[in-house]
Design a protein around this ligand. Structure first.
Ligand code: THU
Length: 140
């Protein structure tokens, strides 16, 4: 992946994913687009809950959709988010989502793209956002 066209497409998908954000409590709308090594894209949005605790982040929605359909190999995720869906700042993944990524992704190579539009984005590896992460390898 990592060419400009794929990045732009992934950003478009993340922005599209945000349309279904269910966020009546925070009004913070998040969209994610998860790219598999096979080239498929899984979209996710945040899904809030009146009891607050059961809220699911956009990134985990995308991962759980993909894993529940048999996908285990991932290249990158793009995340967008903002109050009322206004994309002014990058929306970095929460710690729980970073840990879920650690379960399925290589921290050296998995890319996390944060964007506000198709031309304004920044890229990190999972290892940069979760240094010394605890993953499946630690239990071997
Ligand atoms: N949220 C995400 O969807 N992803 C993150 O990584 C950070 C937070 C959502 C959860 C909640 O619905 C709203 O943003 C405010 O925290």
């Amino acid at each position: 992946m990592a060419n400009e066209i794929n990045t732009r497409q992934l950003i478009r998908e993340a922005i599209a994913a945000m349309q279904y954000s269910y966020s009546p409590y925070s009004h913070f709308r998040v969209g994610a687009a998860l790219l598999t090594k096979g080239g498929k894209i899984y979209r996710g949005c945040n899904i809030e809950n009146a009891a607050y605790g059961p809220t699911n982040c956009a990134e985990r929605t995308a991962f759980f959709k993909a894993v529940s359909e048999g996908e285990l190999d991932f290249d990158a995720i793009c995340i967008v988010g903002g109050k009322d869906g206004i994309l002014e700042e990058y929306a970095p993944p929460c710690g729980v989502c970073r840990q879920v990524m650690m379960e399925f992704c290589n921290p050296e190579t998995f890319k996390i793209i944060l964007a506000t539009d198709e031309v304004h984005y920044t890229e990190y590896t999972l290892g940069e956002l979760l240094p010394l992460g605890f993953g499946p390898g630690n239990l071997k």
